[in-house]
Ligand binder design. Sequence first.
Ligand SMILES: [Cu+2]
Length: 467
Amino acid sequence: MNISRRGFLAAAGVAASASVARIPIAEASQRKILYVRTRQIEVDGKAVTRYGVEQENGTFGLFLDPGDHFDVQLVNELSDSTLVHWHGMEEPWQQDGVPYLSALPIAPGSSANYNFAAKPTGTRWMHSHFGLQEQNLLASPLIIRDKAAMQENAQEVVLFLEDFSWTSPEEIFANLRKPKPLMKMGSKSDKDTGPDLNDVKFDAFLANDRTLDDPDVIAVEKGGRVRLRIINASASSNYTIDLGSLDGTLVAVDGNPVEPLIGKTFPLAIAQRADIMLELPSDGSAAAVLAHCEGRKMRSGIVLAPKGARVEKISTVTDSEGPRVGLDQELLLRAATPLIPHKVQRRIPVKLTGSMSSYIWSMPIEGQGGMPAVVSEKQRVEIIMTNETPMSHPMHLHGHSFQVVEINGKRIAGALRDTIMVPPKTQVTVVLDTLNPGLWAFHCHNLYHLAAGMFSTMAYRHVPQTT
Ligand SMILES: [Cu+2]
């Protein structure tokens, strides 16, 4: 049982609406210490040891208020090296947490310091970028609250999604990489036309560290308003968020505001986040927020329960497989604050490619021959990603937000994101401004695709102004 994390996620929600004056300024500017350590959770009635990032008081992850600085000492209490990436932040590149690229890993018993402006605001997260540690749940929420979100008088509820296996990530990866015969009956070959939804058959899906058999039940006000901050921290699973009979209003994706979009279901690819506003039932009944795994009959979720509400048992297994996570909703999204119109000064075509039979993935950048995509500072850059494989790839660029502007030839003034899923046989174009010089990771966020080579970099220097 992990009381501290569960209790914390609920408490964060309850306190949110009154939190504008909660932390005195002197205290807010103090350095926070985050510990990377092991912890015990319970899955299907069995205790299991996994990793985590927590504060001294057991608070999982980090919640910053407007004006707070990201001032963190990260202490590695593991017996293994580690390094943590602040996913979605626009930090100086040396503090980005990619081993051997932005910094050396932190040795066991050592620590590293981070200090930068906490921007952009919104629902971010943190996770190990070292080896396969992310699959061992080395991830936590990283929320940078903004004034508008705090003034909307809604309770803040974090829903943190993770995929879980009893098999070690090293063994999962070794199994994926075992040579497969090309044309075995029932197997997928390189020439297979149908898409592959899941590489890994996970044993459980966790929401706030718990399965639906014993879900996180969060105390809410009858008829109250809730801001769900949903984080897909899974290593290799996409979901459809299902609000049941309730309507939700999607107000931000990857932490960045979008024009409100009302719905009952919302796709959420690996590493993406969704902020959804919910009005709770006026009759005081409980409401479940579920995450149905793509291509699987399994789901996870949490329950929002006003005082006295009956909390009914929700089955982990459903009758049907979770729907394919595509880009239908992406086409409808509009950034609340789009990039200022500007002509594209640099085009970067990227092929998402690989071989299922040998489980080798890559993302060659046209004309770069394996070198980083070298760009210039203060340019409008367009990245055109073409997926030639039968699997989808959630593509993540570090240190920047990009705007989705084209999907299979259809132009949109789409969402600002840091992670965009590119489905099989699909082309997605994004644009960004190069305002954060450095050496940046650009990769598929499916942990096993990343480990099998689907990784590249983008680099540019700061050029001092001459007058
Ligand atoms: Cu991938």
